[in-house]
Design a protein around this ligand. Structure first.
Ligand code: CDP
Ligand code: MG
Length: 831
């Protein structure tokens, strides 16, 4: 059988054809029956046969027929005219010519690294090649391929595409699984696209990979923390699962780091089919002036400089360059910009400057809803020219086919976590040489292209070779907890998790199989200090003991797929009968802020948001959201959810996700025996809000600050007359911080003469150090629920900050001090 032959339906003999029709008809009947009500039965079958819903075993005697059907289907796909369009699309990809190489490498080696330019067909084709080859060999039923994707959207869209190429609906031989949403493949022989997180989560169970024949880890070049972590786990697993095969797929060409990591495994490269790209940088400016540039005036700039350190010069030069290119030639223009704020400003300016000149400006950012992202891929209407303003998402993860010009700012906005200062920084900085090269390549997809780099050769040479992997830039608590859960996996018995008897004494010993040892096996391990800090947090939370053994609380927290700090709040909330607000708070912490503030309507948006922080939600960003969520829920039940979101600057899709996450948390808590099913809390909302504040303090401690009023000089430093204004700041363990502008709390409504205590979720450095996700605290909450608190005996009774009552001054951990009620103080001292 020649797979790459063009249609030759005649070569099918008559009886073969009728057998095929027969078999297909049977299959369709099966599907129809499933569609119309027997889905449940099939689900039961799945459940009975295995805990791994991806692995559906069928009675042995049926296997023969199944295989014949699969062979016929594969053959039909490769020959019948019905599949001509799919076949043409597939065979036109660069991967097609390497098909045999790919198939051979995968069948001859347990680990293969595969590289190729974005869009060459790795993600969509390679899993199909492996499955189809098995189908034609008659072993298709044993092939269950799991392909990991770093992003949710990619998992779904790729699965849809592959299902279409196979002429099927999703959920037959091709499916996807992302958090809160899945369409699992039901067929013998399957491809499952899932997020990396989903696979890691499955690996917490002993049967996590049951039935899986191939694991394909995609987009490894992104070096996101989950993928780097999965690579460690899979490399270990290869020693224990003799039949498992692994394919590592990467977009960039420098894959030696991965082949070395897997002990010199073979590398298959899919040669790209690209057109030459002429690259200009700032050193070429004189030449450019003659060739491309017409005289232009500098557009004036405007806009907010809040989240991102927006670089005005950068904006101006992007607008000038785009305008120049726009005046020449044709073809889509793709600009790489650091972040959303820059994108918004550039878009607004471009639209103003070129309003009447037929420019279609499309922003492309990973946080845009899928529908809006799609606009970047559509062709510009005739007479118009497309300008895509993108972040580095357009480097490898998505492909815009019609790009001829690339304008590369050379900048990237990167999140970095500083363990010693407990501080997240969002800095706009130079990207790496690898990504600069990748950006160039985006121009030569349909014809020869141009790339304009807004930096000099010297700057290029000063860039890092590769970006710093995420594992070295993020807090590690969640990863460390997952490591423990994977090293001592649980088996699922009757819906409840039980720890498997694999805890050999050796395994529970720190050092041999401890967290630090495990993480040191990563491609680029995190610093020892950041691992140590994460272990400390887990120990303080009670998730692991002093020997790093997982506690029962720790196992529950590992199953909750949220930062263990929020997991612990959930567990406490469940125990204290105040679960509802905590479910919303923890679910919201899993996603991006559902409140948006569009640049041109920022004040209005801030005002609406602040209006939720009233009543029992006063002074709390988290409770303000709880309030907004409850109102949305009731609007949603009256089919007004969308309108509510539009009126209140909320993102509907995020609200949906949060609602789904709440349900999942509740189910997990129930399965862990931590909350009673169907018990509605009857707690008074005032009490419930008060408890929720205290639980936030318990979970987020020591992220606590105290208000302080200070004098700030106003205006120029060298002005003869000094002007001052009073400002409200907050003091924590490491210096002064300010309320994030999006907080429902504001300087205006806090009384300068009072002392306030706030718990916060995150400390972020942009132009200043801001705290976000803040909640005013009752002082006692800190004393009762914080960890490691020693109440100092340094107490002066009788000092009265208010006219009546007896008060005590308490000092906590040397830097917090406050007055509390005399009797409460005495009680505390006895504790
Ligand atoms: O993984 P890689 O970047 O190598 O390519 P791919 O995702 O397998 O995509 C191969 C081709 O399939 C692309 O060039 C697109 O033309 C097409 N594709 C699509 O039309 N829709 C998708 N959701 C994914 C891919
Ligand atoms: Mg891909």
């Amino acid at each position: 059988h020649q797979h790459n032959e063009l249609p030759a339906i005649v070569s099918l003999r008559n009886e073969e054809l009728s057998m095929m029709e027969d078999a297909l008809q049977r299959l369709h009947l099966d599907n129809a029956r499933l569609e119309t009500g027997e889905r449940q039965a099939s689900l039961d079958l799945q459940r009975r046969s295995s805990h791994n819903s991806n692995d559906i075993s069928i009675p042995k005697e049926q296997l023969g027929t199944e295989n014949a059907i699969m062979r016929l289907e594969a053959r039909k796909r490769s020959l019948s005219p019905e599949f001509a369009e799919q076949r043409r699309a597939r065979q036109s990809l660069p991967a097609w010519r390497e098909r045999q190489n790919v198939v051979d490498a995968v069948s001859n080696h347990r680990v293969v690294v595969l590289t190729g330019e974005t869009g060459c067909g790795k993600t969509t084709q390679v899993p199909q090649y492996v499955l189809e080859e098995a189908e034609l060999q008659g072993s298709g039923a044993e092939v269950h391929i799991v392909v990991t994707q770093p992003r949710r959207i990619a998992a779904i869209s790729v699965a849809e595409r592959v299902a279409w190429e196979r002429g099927e609906a999703l959920g037959k031989s091709v499916g996807y699984a992302i958090r809160l949403e899945s369409s699992l493949p039901r067929a013998r022989g399957s491809i499952l696209y899932c997020t990396t997180g989903i696979l890691l989560h499955r690996l917490q169970r002993t049967d996590g990979l049951a039935g899986v024949s191939h694991v394909i880890i995609d987009e490894v070049h992104e070096r996101d923390v989950d993928t780097d972590f999965l690579l460690v786990v899979i490399r270990e697993l290869l020693n224990h699962s003799p039949s498992l095969r692994v394919v590592i797929m990467s977009a960039t060409l420098d894959a030696s780091v991965f082949t070395r990591y897997f002990g010199g495994c073979p590398l298959v490269n899919i040669p790209g089919r690209t057109y030459p790209v002429r690259v200009y940088n700032l050193d070429d400016l004189p030449e450019l002036m003659g060739r491309f540039f017409l005289p232009a005036s500098r557009p004036a700039h405007g806009g907010s400089l809040d989240e991102e350190d927006v670089d005005v010069d950068l904006i101006v030069s992007v607008i000038v360059w785009v305008s120049q290119i726009f005046a020449q030639g044709d073809g889509a223009i793709l600009c790489f910009l650091p972040g959303w704020d820059t994108i918004s400003i550039v878009r607004d300016r471009l639209l103003k400057v070129h309003a009447s000149r037929f420019m279609m400006v499309v922003p492309l950012h990973s946080q845009l809803p899928a529908g809006e992202q799609r606009a970047a891929f559509s062709r510009a209407p005739s007479g118009m020219r497309k300008v895509v303003l993108a972040t580095n998402i357009a480097e490898t993860s998505v492909t815009i086919d019609d790009v001829v010009y690339v304008v590369d700012s050379g900048k990237i906005k990167e999140k970095q976590y500083d363990v010693s200062r407990n501080l997240t920084t969002m800095r706009v900085q130079w990207t790496s040489q690898a990504s600069a090269r990748q950006r160039q390549g985006r121009a030569g997809r349909v014809q020869a292209g141009y790339c304009f780099q807004l930096y000099s050769e010297a700057t290029f040479l000063s860039m890092l070779n590769h970006q710093i992997p995420e594992m070295q830039r993020v807090p590690l608590e969640e990863i460390c907890l997952q490591i423990k859960a994977i090293l001592s996996p649980s088996t699922v018995v009757g819906g409840k998790a039980k720890t498997a008897e694999v805890d050999t004494p050796e395994e529970s010993k720190v050092g041999t199989n401890g967290i630090a040892t495990f993480l040191s096996k990563a491609i680029q391990p995190p610093t020892a200090f950041s691992v140590y800090a994460a272990i400390q947090v887990l120990q303080q939370l009670g998730a692991i003991d002093q020997f790093e053994n997982l506690t029962p609380l720790g196992r529950a927290l590992a199953r909750l797929t949220v930062h263990p700090r929020f997991g612990k709040m959930l567990v406490y909330g469940a125990l204290l009968g105040c679960l509802d607000p905590l479910l919303t708070i923890a679910a919201a912490a899993c996603f991006r802020d559902p409140f948006v503030s569009p640049l041109n309507r920022r004040e209005e948006a801030d005002h609406v948001r602040a209006s939720f922080g009233t009543g029992v939600s006063y002074g709390s960003d988290q409770l303000a959201f709880v309030n907004a969520f409850q109102q949305w829920k009731s609007a949603e039940s009256n089919y007004r959810g969308h309108t509510f979101c539009e009126e209140n600057f909320l993102v509907f899709t995020t609200m949906r996700l949060i609602a789904g996450m709440r349900t999942q948390f509740e189910r997990t808590l129930r399965e862990a025996g931590l909350c009673e099913p169907h018990v509605q809390s009857t707690m008074n909302p005032v009490v419930s809000a008060h408890l929720a504040r205290s639980l936030l303090a318990a979970g987020l401690y020591p992220n606590i600050v105290r208000s302080e009023h200070f004098r700030e000089s106003k205006g120029m430093k060298n002005a003869t007359k000094h002007a001052y204004r009073w400002r409200l700041g907050f003091r924590g363990q490491s210096g002064r911080v300010f309320l994030h502008p999006t907080s429902v709390l504001s300087e205006k409504n806090l009384n300068p003469s009072s002392n306030y205590y706030l718990v916060f979720q995150e400390k972020v450095q942009t132009s200043q150090v801001f705290i976000r996700g803040c909640t005013l605290l009752p002082p006692l909450a800190m004393v009762l629920l914080g960890w490691n608190i020693t109440v100092s005996k340094d107490i002066s009774t009788g000092t009265t900050p208010t006219p009546n009552g007896d008060w005590m001054l308490l000092r906590v951990e040397g830097w917090l001090s406050f007055f509390i009620d005399h009797r409460a103080g005495l009680l505390l001292l006895q504790l």
